[in-house]
Unconditional design. Structure first.
Length: 250
């Protein structure tokens, strides 16, 4: 009997896992995997926090033509009170916005220059998140620095003129400076533009416009409103645009 008991105990001991003072391999592997996942999650959180921190950087000054954080920039501040207000929401990386610019940019620009409308431009930057770059934010900053040099519309339209065919390619800093030069910003004005751009003097304004537009339900670009009424883009022609502006004239 004692022999049988001894044999049974020996078999049980032989079948039991032997740690020999070390950790169980399965437990170790599990812990390593958990730590690896935790490191990845922590990295994502830190990256997101760093991005938010980067967006908060830069100056809080308002560009010429903007009256407060979150509101659009008035492209023609000399417009009289009795003309319709045309609000345009656009992202400078947006291909559909470029198509709208190509089709109606000259017409809208002419109406603004003739003070037939009050043109308010809301430059958005949401495509940075979708495309994984920062070209919308940088080009918006560049455009607002151009506004300080009384060249906002020229610059705004100039960026669309160089928009890459491949969405997401974005703009280099050198290209954005070239647009400034092509917009007639030169000499001391170009130096001032460059300092403004490098310091992102209007970055908090850029972010505030994006935040406010999202709160206002603007979820696609381009979005155009005439005196607060959305403009239907499907089937829009230069003549129908003119007719709708005239109909809204007070």
């Amino acid at each position: 009997m004692a022999s049988r008991t001894t044999d049974r105990r020996a078999k049980i001991e032989a079948a039991a896992p032997r740690s020999r003072g070390g950790a169980n391999k399965i437990v170790v592997a599990t812990v390593v995997a958990v730590l690896a996942i935790a490191a990845i999650v922590a990295g994502v959180i830190i990256a997101d926090q760093n991005k938010k921190s980067d967006l908060a950087k830069g100056g809080s000054s308002l560009p010429a033509g903007a009256s407060a954080m979150g509101v659009g920039l008035v492209a023609n501040t000399s417009a009289p009170a009795n003309v319709p207000t045309v609000d345009l929401w656009a992202d400078l990386q947006c291909p559909a916005c470029k198509q709208f610019e190509d089709a109606f940019g000259n017409q809208i620009n002419e109406m603004a220059q003739n003070n037939e409308i009050k043109l308010v431009v809301h430059v958005l930057s949401f495509l940075d998140k979708n495309l994984g770059n920062d070209s919308s934010n940088r080009s918006a900053n560049a455009a607002f620095c151009a506004a300080d040099q009384d060249a906002f519309l020229t610059y705004f339209r100039g960026v669309y003129a160089i928009q890459p065919e491949q969405e997401g390619t974005g703009y280099t800093d050198a290209q954005l400076r070239q647009v400034a030069e092509a917009s007639g910003i030169n000499g001391n004005g170009l130096d001032t533009w460059q300092k403004c751009y490098d310091a992102r003097e209007h970055n908090q304004y850029v972010e505030s416009v994006q935040t406010q537009s999202a709160k206002d339900g603007i979820n696609s670009t381009p979005t155009i409103k005439i005196d607060g009424k959305p403009l239907q883009l499907q089937g829009l022609t230069p003549q129908s645009l003119t007719d709708q502006v005239k109909a809204a004239t007070r």
